[in-house]
Design a protein around this ligand. Structure first.
Ligand code: P6P
Length: 282
């Protein structure tokens, strides 16, 4: 497992360099979710594929940017599912973006996630790693290496509210719930980049990130294997919760297809309790 984390550190510096030096224009292709692809999406995917090709513990790779499973080694133990450059459309307005990694052992489902990691490419390059043991560990790149800063824990309650999705498409109960949070003093903190938005709540100690099922996206937008389940481990290990619109733990999801999405709510315990009440789940 350690060799996977070290490889992610190497990947982080290579993708950060690509973001800062390469063409951020669009290709005339789409990814497996039908989203337009940036040259950097494809380039980041290639950086990751090459980096893991020689890691003995990796059995296979699954990328958000393409269909299918890339088999690496029959003797490998883990399948790495990744989103190489999440929120890449934000690069051309100079906002932070990220890479997300889910490390699975066996069938690709929530309970088989053994570790997750994400990289934030922003004013600083930062890394978070979570396993099933202990709190997530926060690292910052300085002088070409990642220095461990601290463990990360969520407070019982906080004031940050990252409310995703097109508001016109929100279900009435979701709209009422989000409005009630703002009416009680929550502050909107939403950039449209899942990685920096969830990173902010983790580092600031709590709040709520929500990407619900909407009229135009009833199953949500965020992908289970590459985004939702890896962040669910981060939030649960930090002392928070991560559930879908039925109140089920996102770490119990069993994707029917590698690119399946799920409504998702990540946050401190108080905020998730409030969600359960608003959705009639408690
Ligand atoms: P919306 C970026 O495109 C992304 O996949 C996530 O990084 C982000 O949380 C979400 O979509 C934003 O979606 O519909 O709120 O713009």
């Amino acid at each position: 497992m350690q060799s996977i984390f070290e490889t992610i550190k190497t990947i982080a510096f290579k993708i950060d360099n690509a973001i800062k030096t390469e063409d951020s224009g669009y290709l005339d292709t789409e990814n497996s979710s039908g989203e337009d692809q940036l040259k950097l999406d494809v380039q980041s995917d290639l950086i990751i594929e090459k980096a893991f090709a020689d890691v003995a513990s990796v059995k296979a790779l699954v990328s958000e940017e393409k269909e299918g499973v890339l088999h690496i080694s029959e003797t490998g133990k883990y399948t790495v599912c990744y989103d190489p450059l999440d929120g890449s459309s934000l690069i051309d307005v100079n906002l932070s973006v990220g890479s997300i990694f889910g490390i699975y052992e066996g069938e690709l489902k929530g309970e088989n996630l053994v570790a997750s990691a994400y990289v934030v490419y922003g004013p600083r390059v930062e890394l978070m790693i979570a396993t099933r043991e202990g709190k997530p560990r926060f690292y910052r790149a300085t002088g070409g290496i990642f220095k461990e800063i601290r463990e990360v824990a969520l407070n019982q309650k906080s004031k940050l509210n990252a409310s995703g999705g097109t508001q016109k498409e929100w279900q009435p109960q979701h709209k009422a719930f989000i409005s009630s949070l703002f009416a009680s003093g929550y502050q909107l903190r939403y950039s449209g980049g899942m990685v920096p938005d969830l990173h902010q709540i983790l580092l600031k100690g709590g709040g709520l990130f929500s990407y619900p099922g909407t009229a135009d996206k009833p199953k949500g937008k965020l992908r289970q294997l590459f985004e939702v389940i890896p962040f669910a481990l981060m939030y649960e290990q930090a002392g928070g919760e991560a559930v879908n619109d039925k109140g089920q733990r996102l770490l119990e999801l069993v994707p029917g297809h590698p690119h399946d999405t799920s409504p998702c709510f990540f946050g401190s315990k108080t905020e998730i309790s409030a969600l359960r009440e608003a959705y009639g789940l408690s």
